[in-house]
Design a binder for this molecule. Sequence first.
Ligand code: SAM
Length: 302
Amino acid sequence: MTSTRYDGDSWDLASSVGATATMAAAARAIATRTDRRLIDDPFAEPLVKAVGIELATRLATGELAPDGLVEQVWIDLAKVRTKFYDEFFREATNAGITQAVILASGLDSRAYRLPWSPGTVVYEVDQPRVVEFKTRTLADLGAAPTADRRVAAVDLRDDLPTVLRTAGFDPARPTAWSAEGLLSYLPPEAQDRLLDTITELSAPKSRIATESRPNPQPGQEDRTQQRLNGLSDRWRLHGFDPDMARLRYFGERNEAAPYLTDCGWTLNEISVRDLLAANNLPALKDDDMRMGDMLYVRGVRR
Ligand code: SAM
């Protein structure tokens, strides 16, 4: 399969991989508007509007019904995924951790809406144009972070430790790390490098939350790609052309969960299928996108 990606490519929130962060925030806006049991992200809608992708704005505000334009599972996934990571950070905070790193922070608003304990430092890591946009937009909206928020503008294929340390990160303190919706957008070797780096920078009792996708069976990724192409075709009719199937790196890679276990993390895992059921959300009807088997994992550094 071909990809539009190349080493060193960069983006803002309206282009390439950046647009996936805007669509993820649009899903949070829809979920917040329609079913606040699991998710309450008041910043999602204004952030999406500020990016200026017309289709994303119309979906986020409710002007356009999601039917046929986004899969219901995509909205349900936004609910359970947001809850999963919110709970992860709440539990880390309750366990006394006061240093958090949100990798690939996109339009995530946790640094502005979670009840961090006093003195907590939250590092948000993403490409420069992404983090700068969010800082500026939320300041313009009058939003104030609920922790000491610091940004680390860096490409996650590059030198994360230097940029984090420059921003004040202290590897001697236990850290809560999240990498939400990121790993499929990294080349396999960059994923390994990033997980190695996280491990090296993690004092004992550090915590991690991320996703681990099982490697594909033959033919499975062709169906995923067709489904993503169908989605892109429908979005193109509304003037938005992200070419979703070409943004991810497909093919075999080291699966994140066993890799982290080998690095010295003790993990708990739950599949998307079980997460949906545990939250009383409808089961997947078909699973061309290979969502059901994807694992949400969290763990502690031994
Ligand atoms: N975590 C956010 C969420 O769940 O809403 C954003 C997820 S979005 C699907 C993918 C994010 O990964 C984008 O914000 C993108 O900029 C970031 N990303 C992907 N590859 C990256 C890289 N090499 N360096 C920095 N950020 C990257």
